[in-house]
Design a protein. Structure first.
Length: 184
């Protein structure tokens, strides 16, 4: 598989992480560079790790995961989206969603990288350098997520609560998209 094909796969896998990163930026438009880097790192790391795990486990795992991966991603993203919607109606000092906590970042990272696990299984069938492939996937997701956080942050600064509501709806929409793609 060519490097260009791996890059296209990396960009495609990054879309969910980019949308969640933008929603995070909109929800916490006061976020600094250190926290933005942390979020982008988590997303990039899990996009690196999940295809590697998929590659190692091969076909045994795809039979188990492929039946429920869409439900896992759906529930995680919808729960986070609903929580973000509820939080958008609270006053700034009442907000409790902490996207910088390990638990929230882990949940978001796993939810946006489940497809990468399946891609890893696919990569096991192809003549690829797995370390180069997962590095490109992880780095691409990191960079695109970081850019998306700042786009979301700018939207959050400009549109305030509306951007937070849109961010919550985006998370729910991504969860529904993942579910419908697998059901239909």
């Amino acid at each position: 598989m060519s490097l260009l094909n791996i890059l296209f796969i990396a960009i495609a896998l990054s879309f969910d992480a980019m949308a969640v990163a933008a929603a995070n930026g909109a929800h916490h438009h006061q976020m600094g560079a250190k926290k933005a880097l942390k979020i982008a790192f988590y997303f990039g790391f899990f996009q690196f790790l999940m295809p590697l795990i998929g590659y190692i486990l091969g076909f045994g795992l795809i039979q188990f995961i492929s039946g429920v991966d869409h439900w896992i991603a759906f529930f995680l993203l919808v729960i986070l989206g609903i929580k973000m919607l509820v939080e958008s109606f609270k006053k700034e000092e009442e907000k409790k969603i902490d996207i910088h906590s390990f638990k929230i970042l882990l949940t978001q990272s796993i939810a946006t990288s489940i497809d990468a696990l399946i891609i890893g299984v696919t990569l096991a069938l192809l003549p690829v350098n797995i370390w180069l492939s997962v590095s490109i996937i992880g780095l691409t997701t990191f960079i695109l997520s970081l850019i998306s956080i700042y786009i979301g942050k700018k939207c959050g600064e400009k549109w305030g609560k509306k951007a937070e509501i849109i961010g919550g709806l985006v998370l729910i929409s991504i969860g529904l998209k993942i579910l419908l793609e697998h059901i239909l």
